[in-house]
Design a protein around this ligand. Structure first.
Ligand code: SF4
Length: 471
């Protein structure tokens, strides 16, 4: 990979990095970069320069339009320099491709024809365009077309602890043993939840979905988990048919006490995430459970009456083969979870795996591509439909993460989070609260990721959050 450097508005940096990544370039400090891209200007008038260190490339141009238009102009230049042609996403690189179709929802029933024209103008491959239209159709009932609903929000609680650290993941703040006392943390978190819920009640905001994520929330001792869930029940105003998810992601944290606490609170959806169903890979990626534990946790969850269960899988894990991919598909067909999310490995900065891929036997991209295609086809044949889709900054190749659901079982929270047209009230360390203005531009407020700093600064941050939700 060749090194590049970017300078310009922060809101452009993720898009620019994905464009370069797709062309085989990686970010580097300016003194090491072979190519520097600069974007300057204001909304709709941009001055862009693409300069190489040795002076062999020097392009300075002005472009009118949105951030996406700037991305297109940069792509044209970078791809020409790299000798590449557009891939299956066409110009929709560095953005959420389904989200690019939302403006057409305002057209009413004619939205699909307009969206297809747009995808063809953006040179998106026809099978990819079909996938995007199909996904957007599922999302449409949950995405406001004209203006955000100021009386509605998703309520998100972040619990940043896990029973072990999966090597590709940057989420957990700490590893704790199941049952380890976290009462001090729980006390602070419930204060945060209570204040957030009271603020929502004062401002007339009701939650359309509640999502307890992390981390692994079910690593909390059952009594402390109960305290958190009961606090939500007591203080957070819930709208009609409010969906309530708890990520019970790790089967090694699930037992009768935990299920009983979830059930008592009225949790309607849980995740039991295998990531893959081979013991050798689970061990290699740092998980302390076996594939058999997934089957038994899933069966117990059904026995406890959970009717909406999600399973997450990751493709592209070390040593994963097409046979392993087929085994994952057959586990889904056997268990029939209502939701399945297929991720491709995106190694994040801050994860233990970052920069160490070379030490592992990584499946080639063509193998991952074949596994994903077979999984996609197998899921369609088994009655699942794609209902949300997104691409990530550190994602390999042309891949995407896709959520599939059985009919009538779409997860509203997932759709609305990826759609970024919904307000979010966040509680817990590392949570983000978001407030959408009339043009769906989001103001954001972040809680500190470190639980100690989060606790120390809670009073001032609760105040800031409350300020942000001005109605
Ligand atoms: S993948 Fe899930 S269980 Fe593993 S470390 Fe990340 S948040 Fe924890």
């Amino acid at each position: 990979m060749r090194p590049y450097f970017f300078e310009g508005p922060l809101s452009f940096s993720s898009m620019i990095s994905q464009i370069f990544l797709s062309a085989g370039w990686h970010y580097a400090p300016q003194e090491q970069a072979g190519l520097t891209v600069s974007v300057r200007g204001e909304e709709r008038t941009w001055q862009v320069s693409v300069l190489s260190r040795d002076g062999s490339v020097s392009q300075v141009f002005q472009t009118e339009g949105t951030r996406g238009d700037v991305g297109e102009a940069v792509m044209d230049r970078i791809y020409a320099l790299s000798g590449l042609s557009l891939g299956k996403w066409g110009y929709l690189v560095g953005m959420r491709p389904v989200k690019a179709l939302f403006p057409f929802f305002a057209e009413g029933e004619g939205w699909e024809a307009k969206a297809r024209e747009f995808l063809s103008r953006k040179k998106v491959r026809s099978d990819t365009a079909d996938l995007l239209i199909q996904t957007a159709s599922r999302e449409r009932p949950y995405i406001p077309a004209l203006a955000p609903d100021s009386g509605s929000a998703a309520f998100y609680v972040h619990i940043p602890f896990c029973p072990s650290h999966c090597i590709y993941c940057s989420f957990p703040a700490a590893v704790v043993a199941p049952g380890e006392d976290l009462s001090e943390f729980t006390g602070i978190l419930t204060e945060d939840i209570k204040q957030a819920g009271q603020m929502m009640a004062r401002k007339g905001i009701r939650s359309q979905s509640i999502y307890i994520g992390g981390g692994t929330p079910t690593v909390l001792p059952p009594l402390q988990l109960d305290r958190v869930l009961q606090c939500i029940k007591e203080f957070v105003p819930a709208g009609e048919h409010c969906e309530w998810t708890v990520e019970a992601g790790r089967p090694d944290t699930l037992n009768a006490d935990v299920f009983s606490v979830l059930k008592k609170a009225g949790v309607s959806r849980i995740s039991v995430n295998p990531q893959t169903m081979q013991d050798r890979i689970l061990k290699m990626i740092g998980r302390c459970h076996r594939a058999g534990d997934v089957f038994s946790a899933f069966d117990k969850a059904r026995t406890w009456g959970f009717r909406q269960i999600n399973m997450d899988f990751i493709f592209g894990l070390p040593s994963q083969t097409e046979k392993d991919g087929a085994e994952n598909l057959s586990a889904v067909c056997k268990l029939r979870p209502e939701n399945v999310t297929i991720h491709t490995l995106a190694v994040k900065r801050g994860s233990p795996f970052f920069g160490k891929e070379g030490y592992f036997d990584m499946p080639p991209e063509e193998t991952v591509d074949r596994m994903l295609t077979k999984m996609h086809q197998g899921l369609l044949e088994a009655g699942y439909h794609p209902y949300y889709l997104y691409r990530q900054k550190y994602m390999r190749d042309d891949f995407a993460n896709i959520g599939y659901s059985l009919d009538g079982q779409d997860c509203i929270y997932n759709i609305q989070m990826m759609g970024e047209r919904q307000n979010v009230v966040g509680a817990g360390p590392g949570s983000v609260s978001k407030w959408a203005d009339s043009r769906f531009r989001l103001r954001k407020m972040y809680m500190p990721r470190d639980p100690r700093i989060y606790g120390k600064r809670l009073a001032e941050n609760m105040e800031k959050r409350s300020e942000m939700f001005k109605i």
